[in-house]
Design a protein around this ligand. Structure first.
Ligand SMILES: [Fe+2]
Length: 199
């Protein structure tokens, strides 16, 4: 595929952006596979936990699936810790940002806040308030975030659990990222140029 000819944006022409737009669509279509390949980056990172982050992710998704959670929630469970290798101090933000354009805003909120909610089970060991999540008690995503953490996430450190392999979830991830992302740029071809608008 050819390339744009500009060296700076303020010299670009519509033809350049048509070329870039065509590349973007191809690139967008590969998001699911790139996200899954990044999930492999947290394989082997056990950080002292009984299972590594990869197994923990698969196990959280397996538990959600077996609890008859909807497919979007299962994918959220699979990817909720995907930012752990790059952003251990705020990993939930990474997963939430990746998924947010494709999912229910309440699920994005759930992922963004899962660490605080999860802390209900261990924050006291750090001298912190385990009930810190209570401040969100009236939030519409509170119940789903409690369920996510209490029933699936915090239980998924069991090396003997019958955890499903990544291949089981691959089609679900593909379907989710095939959705039209929220606030995506319109296509260049369908845009009316300033010249057209003036005529
Ligand atoms: Fe987790």
């Amino acid at each position: 595929m050819n390339r744009a000819t500009f060296t700076r944006f303020d010299h670009s022409r519509a033809e350049d952006w048509l070329v870039i737009d065509a590349h973007y669509q191809t690139y967008q279509n590969g998001v699911a596979e790139r996200v899954l390949s990044h999930l492999l980056n947290i394989r082997g990172d056990h950080h002292g936990y009984p299972v590594d982050r990869y197994t923990h992710s698969l196990q959280t998704a397996t538990r959600a699936l077996r609890a008859d959670a909807d497919e979007e929630t299962v994918v959220c469970a699979l990817l909720h810790d995907i930012g752990d290798d790059l952003a251990p101090a705020n990993h939930a933000e990474i997963a939430a940002a990746i998924l947010e354009p494709y999912i229910d805003p309440l699920n994005a909120w759930m992922i963004r806040h899962h660490e605080l909610f999860q802390g209900y089970h261990y924050r006291h060991f750090y001298g912190l308030d385990p009930h810190a999540r209570d401040r969100y008690r009236d939030h519409p995503a509170y119940a789903r975030t409690v369920r996510f953490c209490d029933e699936w996430d915090q239980r998924s450190f069991d090396p003997h659990y019958d955890t499903l392999p990544l291949e089981h979830f691959r089609p679900m991830v593909a379907r989710l990222f095939a959705r039209q992302p929220l606030d995506a740029m319109p296509s260049v071809a369908s845009a009316s140029s300033p010249d057209k608008e003036r005529s």
